[in-house]
Design a protein around this ligand. Structure first.
Ligand code: FES
Ligand code: FES
Length: 161
C-alpha cells in the first residue's frame, strides 16, 4: 500500500515560541528541525538512534530526533540546543563548563551531550559521577575520551542556572 504523505498542521512550542506549520506527515523530526526551522545545532550522525548527536528535549525528556516523526511533537514543548541558555539569556552553565574543561574538540557531539546532560541534571540535580556516566551512555564522542565531558557535567552540577 502507498504510504500517506498528506499534509499535517503541526502546532507546538519550539524554544519557548508557539508555532504552527504545515508539513508532510512523513517528515522526520530531525528534518523538521534542521531543514524547516533552520536550527542546525541539532546534528545528524548515524541517523539510527546510536550516537546521540540529534538529541533534543521533548517535554523535558531527551529524545533522538532521527527516530521520531515531526507529527509526534504536536501539542508538545520542543527545546533544541539553541534554546538551552543561562538565566540571563547568555551561556548555560553546561556550555560554560564544557568550554572551561576543554570538553569540546571538533564539537559535532557537543549539542547532543549538552542536551543529554541538561535532561539528566533537571531530573537529578545532584547526580553522582556514576549516574552522569549512565546518563550519557547514548552519546558517542570520538575526540575527547569522555573524561573532560564527565568533569564538565560534574562541575555544572554546582552552578545555579
Ligand atoms: S543521528 Fe540520531 S542517534 Fe545518531
Ligand atoms: S568533540 Fe568531536 S566527536 Fe566529540
Amino acid at each position: 500500500m502507498k504510504q500517506s504523505t498528506s499534509p499535517f498542521v503541526l502546532k507546538c512550542r519550539v524554544n519557548g515560541v508557539s508555532m504552527e506549520r504545515e508539513l508532510p506527515s512523513s517528515r522526520s523530526l530531525l528534518e523538521f528541525i534542521r531543514e524547516d526551522l533552520g536550527l542546525k545545532g541539532t546534528k545528524e550522525g548515524c541517523g539510527e538512534g546510536e550516537c546521540g548527536a540529534c538529541l533534543v528535549l521533548l517535554d523535558g525528556r531527551a529524545v533522538n530526533s532521527c527516530l521520531m516523526m515531526a507529527v509526534q511533537v504536536h501539542g508538545k514543548e520542543l527545546v533544541t540546543i539553541e534554546g538551552i541558555k543561562g538565566r540571563d539569556g547568555g551561556l548555560h552553565p553546561l556550555q560554560k563548563t564544557f568550554m572551561a574543561e576543554g570538553a569540546v574538540q571538533c564539537g559535532f557531539c557537543t549539542p547532543g551531550l549538552i542536551v543529554a546532560s541538561e535532561a539528566l541534571l533537571r531530573r537529578r540535580p545532584k547526580a553522582t559521577l556514576e549516574e552522569i556516566k549512565l546518563g550519557l551512555t547514548g552519546n558517542l564522542c570520538r575526540c575527547t575520551g569522555y573524561e573532560k565531558v564527565l568533569s564538565a557535567v560534574g562541575k555544572a552540577r554546582k552552578i545555579k542556572k
